[in-house]
Design a binder for this molecule. Structure first.
Ligand code: NAD
Length: 332
């Protein structure tokens, strides 16, 4: 492709991806499967790598998909809430792991987790009490949905044990498949349009103005990351286990939802296990997340404007391709 053709293709892809982002993050509608979306994004990234002078500062490759609706108070994040770089290829996981080993000295441990297909939340606690819950928004600022988050029973309002005085915990809000099906059954009986999938309905529900309706719908949450200045842990794995002690619902090691490993074989074993067993889970996942465990190694690896270099998501291709065109628009 010559430069002139690249200009046109970049313009088209940017327009298309911005449209899908708006539909996905604001309207809660997926017009294409995640796999197709990610293919377009990769094509744009490849073109920008080839013609760096054509890469716009606000390209979809550089921005965290945002959803500031102005329905709630906007809040700036203490720590940016980034996206995750992702791949559908095992070879690229191997390449990422090799890169990490080269960039940080010493032994590297990895934490493997499920990639819950819901909506991200950051919740701040002061002296053991929930003070504010904010959506990811554009990564720099999000929306204060505290009233709705406080209705989620698995999110503690008061902590127990030996928690830090001030910290933020991040996680994913989702509907279990049972709750999602029950919700749709009620809508069917009421003659209302059905929700397309658990992810989009969780996202829409979290942004509702009436917390009573949110409470009735029964959202759930898994917590997967603790952020703060003086955390009582050297790394991510220990932090997640600590959060369990403080009363949070965390992914359990004994259920194989969480695993620490020091090898690519250990990572692959986790990926293959969940590729086979994800259908047995009570909730939808769209992949696996692999994170460097040690906080000082994470810091050394740092982040791009869009995603941390110390983590990567492996996404399941078949699920994504078959999820195509589940388009339902609904009012929340
Ligand atoms: P992402 O879904 O690739 O990954 C980041 C998100 O993963 C985090 O914000 C968090 O919410 C979630 N997550 C789940 N489990 C996690 C765990 N264990 N640890 C850390 N994070 C975890 O990124 P994104 O920026 O939210 O979305 C981009 C992706 O969304 C695209 O790659 C595409 O697949 C999809 N998308 C699809 C469409 C569409 O039209 N189909 C449009 C826009 C985006």
């Amino acid at each position: 492709m010559d430069r002139k053709e690249a200009v046109k293709r970049i313009e088209d892809l940017t327009k298309e991806l911005n449209h899908y982002n708006h539909q996905y993050y604001i309207e809660n509608v997926s017009e294409v499967s995640d796999f197709e979306y990610d293919q377009r994004l990769k094509e744009l990234q490849d073109l920008e790598n080839k013609f760096p002078e054509l890469a716009a500062a606000n390209s979809p490759t550089k921005r965290v998909g945002g959803d500031i609706t102005k329905k709630f108070q906007t809040v700036k994040h203490d720590f940016p809430m980034l996206s995750l770089s992702n791949t559908y290829s095992e070879e690229e996981i191997v390449e990422w792991e090799n890169r990490v080993k080269k960039l940080v000295p010493g032994k590297v441990n990895y934490v493997c987790e499920l990639k819950y297909d819901g909506v991200a939340i950051g919740i701040r606690y002061e002296n053991g009490a929930l003070v504010q819950a904010v959506t990811r928004g554009d990564g720099t600022q999000g929306e204060d949905v505290s009233a709705n988050v406080k209705t989620i029973r698995t999110i503690p309002l008061k902590l127990k044990g030996n928690y830090p005085e001030s910290f933020e915990i991040r996680g994913e809000i989702f509907f279990t498949l049972d709750s999602f099906n029950a919700l749709n059954k009620l809508r069917e009986l009421a003659g209302e349009e059905l929700f397309a999938n658990p992810r989009n309905s969780a996202s829409g529900t979290l942004k509702m103005q009436d917390s009573k309706v949110v409470a009735e719908r029964g959202l759930d949450c898994f917590l997967y990351g603790v952020y703060g200045r003086d955390l009582p842990a050297e790394g991510h794995f220990e932090s997640v286990l600590n959060a369990g002690e403080w009363g949070f619902k965390i992914p359990r090691v004994e259920k194989k939802y969480l695993k620490k490993t020091d090898s690519i074989e250990g990572i692959m074993e986790f990926i293959h296990y969940w590729d086979e067993h994800r259908v047995d889970l009570p909730l939808e996942i769209d992949g696996i997340v692999i994170k460097v465990d040690d906080y000082s190694q994470q810091e050394e690896l740092g982040s791009t404007a869009k995603s941390p270099r110390w983590a990567i998501a492996y996404k399941f291709k078949t699920e994504q391709a078959s999820a195509k065109l589940e388009v339902v628009t609904y009012q929340v």
